[in-house]
Design a protein around this ligand. Structure first.
Ligand SMILES: [Zn+2]
Length: 305
């Protein structure tokens, strides 16, 4: 049998097909700083993106090592999805500078900071570094409020549409689907969490102001002496007195934090020390954003009577 196609023609055809399929499959490569934004990017980006988070739910996002593998990933990224408001100030600016990747520098469409889509709480009236590791732009830990996540989702879908206009319709469709499911889930969480309103809590770090604002919880003290500064024995005994006089209901800490201070106070006051996931992957149940809030509300309502 005679082959009608020369091997060169065959090769050209194969290469052509490969080229077309890689172009059709070219996904927006997203570098997320924290797992909650990687999860949100998956919800909004669907099959048109690929995303990886620089940190896990068991790492402190304030302080991570800018490892060479992270640098390599940031070099290839089309887009950065991070918290902003100085949360990543200890590592992201250096990483960005080292990448030389112009697409993800501040001011570029590929530079997306979640906090820029929402109103921030705890903005200090004057910046005083003697007050500890204060976040000058306001409290960056916005992912503990699902209403703010909804705002970030909308802004992210718009931005993805600018970066990848050929799939803009997909991003807006994915956002609408997410927003519908999210709104319904939020109503359920609010119903379940209604008994928490007005309860006093003690927290390890000021990580929960948005959750408190959403659910009507009252924060009466932090275990940290100042933001980012560990507790001292004398501070903890003051918190203990306060816990009793203000009738605290629980002590709350994030999965990535050491439970030592929380457990000490719990043993002295008989208050429950509640470990919350804080982000996706913080606990086994917090597999995605929905799981994050299912578990957060479950833990809180179980502990606080
Ligand atoms: Zn913080």
């Amino acid at each position: 049998m005679k082959n009608t196609m020369s091997s060169t023609t065959k090769l050209t055809l194969i290469l052509g097909t490969l080229l077309i399929s890689t172009q059709a499959m070219a996904k927006v490569n997203i570098f997320a700083c924290e797992p909650e934004w990687a999860s949100l990017a998956k919800e909004i980006g669907g099959n048109n993106i690929k995303v990886k988070s620089a940190t896990t739910g068991l790492q402190d996002p304030h302080h991570i090592q800018a490892r060479p593998s992270l640098l390599a990933r940031a070099r290839r990224a089309d887009m950065l999805v991070c918290t902003g408001a100085e949360l990543e100030i200890g590592w992201l600016p250096v990483l960005l500078q080292k990448t030389g990747n112009s697409k993800i520098q501040p001011g570029q469409p590929g530079y997306f900071m979640a906090t820029s889509a929402v109103r921030l709480l705890d903005k200090p009236s004057k910046l005083d570094r003697s007050q500890g590791d204060v976040h000058a732009a306001g409290n960056p830990h916005i992912q503990t409020d699902p209403r703010r996540i909804a705002k970030v989702a909308k802004a992210l879908s718009t931005r993805l549409g600018q970066i990848d206009p050929s799939h803009a319709a997909d991003y807006s469709k994915n956002y609408n689907s997410f927003n519908q499911r999210w709104t319904k889930a939020m109503q359920g969480w609010q119903r379940q969490a209604a008994p928490l309103r007005g309860k006093s809590i003690i927290v390890q770090h000021k990580s929960w102001v948005y959750l408190e604002n959403w659910l009507g919880l009252k924060e009466i003290a932090t275990l940290e002496l100042k933001p980012g500064v560990p507790a001292t024995t004398s501070h903890l005994s003051q918190v203990m007195t306060l816990a009793k006089s203000q009738h605290a209901s629980a002590i709350i800490y994030a999965a990535y934090q050491s439970p030592k201070s929380a457990n000490w106070l719990a043993s002295k006051t008989a208050l429950p020390a509640v470990k919350l996931p804080f982000t996706v992957g913080g606990t086994g149940q917090a597999k995605d954003l929905f799981g994050l809030f299912n578990d957060t509300i479950d833990q809180l309502t179980r502990a606080i009577k």
